[in-house]
Design a protein around this ligand. Structure first.
Ligand code: SAM
Ligand code: FES
Length: 349
């Protein structure tokens, strides 16, 4: 047995990985090992979720943001971003269309937009839950107080996505201005979990200043936090940000990390993200074949798609929701999976 295969078999059997072993898995050129890692991760996802892929309807409802994260195209300092926010009616129209297309989870994602007060967010969540009681609502609106998170939960929100971005404090400081802190990010994630949300953390692969050590800290954080969801995708530069001239994260690293996360935390809901589809035309299919089990087609109105520009060359900006939905179905079927009309909750042991 090679050192690589020894590491992979133990990772799958015991859900353990040492820092030095992560380094080996991320850098090896051994094709057999790479394929074994991928296939064990895909088998693990299939054992728990079968060949069913959960779809989430993503509604990017505002690109106003009070934060200034260095990597993000909708950061407040980006004067070139054309700002928009959807009305409650527009958001409900997205849900109506999405429901008809078979979505049973709506993800409301946006910048930290002060227009959307807690009262407005609660009103939105309550309206969606009232009209679609069989659907899950996922929020992804950034860092809030515990009271705010509790209010959204009481209004009916089921899940919350808040990527931790990096679990290394010094690295966190290199990606964000001083007014943001890793400690507050973690506080938010802990509050969300305690309140009872299905909670998602995650990070970008290949973000500036990321190292094997910071990635190891990310995996350790995931092991300890035990999130129901983990969102990872490649970092992709956006030309109007301070990191506009940096290199994008790679397909190879992203796929390996998807597989490692699946093996470390077998039940996790793991999306093959739009960013992965942006760096390679078959990125999302490859993500599923590496152990992911969720895709998030875009439900936002076509006239705002181009404006929610977190990074350059984002795909699907000209496609209607229905096109994206059926395109995704075809893509999944082409690799032997099927998208299901289901809330797609986390499956416990
Ligand atoms: N404001 C919310 C938040 O901060 O969680 C949700 C929106 S935020 C734009 C969603 C995610 O996009 C971030 O967590 C980040 O990981 C990702 N993102 C931002 N800029 C990116 C880039 N240049 N490349 C890839 N992903 C990026
Ligand atoms: Fe949007 Fe293919 S997923 S067009």
């Amino acid at each position: 047995m090679t050192r690589e295969s020894e590491i992979i078999e133990r990772l799958a059997a015991e859900q353990t990985l040492a820092a030095e072993e992560l380094s080996i898995l991320l850098t090896t050129d051994d094709k057999t090992a790479e394929e074994r890692l991928r296939s064990l991760a895909a088998e693990t996802a299939q054992r728990i979720y079968g060949n069913e892929i959960y779809i989430r309807g993503l509604i990017e409802f505002t690109n106003y943001c009070k934060n200034d994260c260095y990597y993000c195209g909708i950061r407040r300092s980006n004067a070139r971003a054309q700002r928009y926010r959807l009305t409650k009616e527009q958001i409900l129209a997205c849900c109506k269309e999405g429901y008809g297309l078979g979505f049973r989870t709506f993800v409301l994602q946006g910048g930290e937009d002060l227009y959307f007060t807690d009262a407005r967010i609660c009103e939105l969540v309550a309206a969606i839950k009232e009209q679609y009681p069989d659907c899950a609502v996922t929020l992804s609106v950034g860092e809030k107080t515990r009271e705010s998170y509790q209010a959204y939960f009481d209004a009916g929100a089921d899940r919350y996505l808040l990527r931790h971005e990096t679990a290394d404090e010094a690295h966190y400081g290199k990606l964000h201005p001083a007014e943001m802190s890793f400690a507050n990010r973690v506080r938010c994630l802990k509050d969300l979990k305690e309140i009872g949300y299905q909670t998602g953390c995650g990070f970008m692969v290949g973000s500036p200043h990321q190292t094997v050590e910071t990635l190891y800290a990310d995996l350790k954080f995931i092991r300890e936090f035990q999130p129901e969801m983990v969102g990872i995708g490649p970092f992709i530069p956006q030309q109007d940000t301070p990191f506009g001239d940096r290199a994008a994260g790679t397909l190879r690293m992203t796929l390996r990390l998807l597989s490692i996360i699946r093996l470390l935390h077998p039940h996790v809901l793991l999306p093959a993200t739009t960013a992965l589809g942006t760096i390679h035309p078959k990125g999302r299919e490859m993500g599923i074949l590496a152990g992911a089990n969720v895709v998030m087609p875009n439900l936002s109105p076509v006239n705002v798609r181009e404006k929610y520009k977190l990074y350059d060359n984002k795909i699907c900006t000209g496609d209607e929701a229905a096109e994206c939905r059926f395109c995704m179905q075809r893509r999944m079927e082409s690799i032997g999976y099927r998208v299901v009309t289901d809330r797609g909750d986390y499956k416990e042991d």
